[in-house]
Design a protein around this ligand. Structure first.
Ligand code: KG4
Ligand code: ZN
Length: 503
């Protein structure tokens, strides 16, 4: 059913009609006509009126303070003949939409303690009591209840968020609407690092600079949105390579400032975990997350995506992907080593050589139950190859690759499953580029099935570093009504996973 009233911006010409309703509604504490005139014509004020057949039946006003991202509801009044028909809610929703439009994240109001109907309405719009002003309304001696609404929660349930990721060698720009993925564009500088056998930080940083704009433009085209429609910008500010992160952070800040949109500085590792939301609509917690890439090898216990992460363990030396890359080099295979070793191992015997499993001996399990170490394994492979070379024997590349892969995967999966069992968490989530490994997926599935653990493996394009996961966390922060980050945060190469958002 369409509404019987129309809502439009108020003008000075409405003053008399407004004053008539003002006096009808507020009697003893009605504003003066001069005071109302100042409100209608003031800077940063937003006044609207509701009319039926040109007759004024209600009005409402907002005082905007966009610099501090706050607004105050100044007044709202509905002609007595139209009470209980939803006009008050409609006017309030218009004010909240305007506050949101100018990037306010909080809205405040005061309401008479003896007006339970209004208080109820404000509560259903997301307002909560934060204070009380004793005997504020005179001469009636009535208290004022001060209420606050976080606009992220109340006003924006499906924010359009653009996320930028540049922590290593992938320039990623993702766009989400709430929990829905709209675009995930990745430009990788991997080829430029191939001749060095690993990521060169300066080369990566320069590549981000060149790739950012084209990647951004492609993401906008894919998502079919324009920049001015974006509600917030999110960026990974760590952990990662400092120079590489700086490019993304700088770009995100410039975008946020030029578009006048809030910015959210997001933890890259949290992104890897939260990306699951884009496929399932929510993240089931608690969950253990195993993140394995060229830069990290971490086991996390996640109780709540936005505020409860525990780092159970990091590698004490090489990351798992790094071990793949280094061993590939020893075997004369291309960079990145992971896919090459996966390919070579396909025809090999995983039990041909028993390579060491780092920190898996009973004595290590006491002290380093979840710690990872891959440098001993890497050295063992190098020594094995060296001995064969010295003897002039051919290196059985397929067998070495398969045996090495089995050792890495065995350690990763065993420790992840142990963490699930020890913490009584029946869920394991995988993330990071190494998840592409076929044997890792296979063994994880098998061991999880054996132990009654639910295994989640996001699509590969969401497992490797990408901007969509950063946008997904940004959207969660907006929807939870979190304050945006300021503009003073920087790239933090060693950012701890306990810091979900840097303010
Ligand atoms: O997450 P990612 O794309 O980027 C960063 O490390 O930041 O992961 C890349 C890493 C590389 O070390 C690569 O060798 C490894 O993931 N990788 C693999 C496989 N595909 C990629 N490792 C093992 N098996 C694979 N199939
Ligand atoms: Zn990563």
């Amino acid at each position: 059913m369409s509404k019987p009233w129309a809502i439009r911006l108020a003008t000075e010409a409405d003053l008399d009609d407004i004053m008539q309703i003002e006096r009808e509604c507020f009697a003893s504490d009605a504003w003066s006509a001069d005071g109302m005139y100042d409100e209608l014509t003031g800077a940063e004020k937003f006044y609207i009126v509701a009319t039926i057949d040109e007759k004024l039946v209600g009005y409402a006003g907002l005082n905007k303070q966009p610099v501090v991202h706050q607004s105050d509801i100044q007044t709202i009044a509905v002609s007595p003949t139209l009470r209980g028909k939803g006009l008050g809610r409609d006017l309030m929703e218009h004010l909240l939409a305007e506050a949101k439009r100018c990037n306010c994240t909080e809205v405040f109001l005061e309401v008479r303690a003896d007006n339970p109907v209004a208080r109820k309405l404000y509560e259903t719009l997301g307002f909560e009591q934060i204070d009380i002003r004793k005997r504020y309304y005179q001469p009636d001696d009535v208290d004022a209840i001060v209420m606050r609404a976080a606009l992220g929660a109340a006003g924006n349930t499906e924010p359009l968020v653009l996320g930028i990721e540049s922590s290593c060698d992938e320039t990623g720009v993702g766009i989400v609407r709430g929990n829905t993925l709209l675009a995930n564009v990745i430009s990788s500088s991997m080829e430029q690092h191939a001749r060095f056998g690993g990521v060169v930080p300066e080369v990566a940083a320069r590549a981000h600079l060149e790739a950012l704009l084209p990647t951004l433009n492609e993401a906008l085209v894919t998502a079919k949105v324009s920049l001015d429609e974006i509600d917030a910008v999110a960026v990974a500010n760590g952990p990662g390579l400092a120079g590489a992160l700086m490019v993304g952070v700088g770009a995100a800040k410039s975008l946020a400032v030029s578009l006048n949109k809030p910015i959210y500085a997001v933890n890259h590792l949290v992104g890897h975990v939260g990306v699951d939301i884009l496929e399932r609509g929510e993240l089931e917690t608690p969950t253990i997350a195993l993140l394995v890439s060229g830069g990290h090898t971490s086991l996390l216990l996640v109780r709540n995506l936005l505020h409860d992460f525990e780092l159970l363990v990091e590698t004490i030396d090489d990351a798992a992907g790094e071990a793949f890359d280094k061993v590939a080099r020893v075997l004369g295979l291309q960079y990145p080593g992971g896919p090459e070793i996966d390919k070579a191992a396909a025809d090999g015997d995983p039990n041909a050589i028993r390579f060491p499993r780092g920190l898996m001996l009973p004595k290590d399990m006491e002290k380093n139950r979840y710690n990872f170490s891959f440098s001993g394994l890497k050295t063992a492979v190098a020594r094995h190859v060296e001995v064969l070379n010295t003897k002039g024997e051919e290196v059985p590349i397929a067998d070495v690759a398969a045996s090495f892969r089995e050792a890495v995967v065995d350690v990763l999966v065993s420790k992840a499953v142990n963490a699930c069992i020890d913490h009584n968490v029946p869920r394991l989530l995988l993330g990071g580029g190494v998840i592409a490994n076929r044997r890792l997926r296979e063994l994880a599935k098998q061991r999880c099935d054996e132990n009654g653990i639910e295994l989640r493996i996001p699509a590969l394009s969401l497992c490797t570093d990408n901007g969509a996961m950063i946008a997904a966390i940004g959207a969660q922060l907006v929807m939870a009504g979190r304050k945006p980050s300021g503009l003073t945060f920087g790239a933090d190469s060693t950012l701890q996973v306990t810091t979900v958002q840097t303010l």
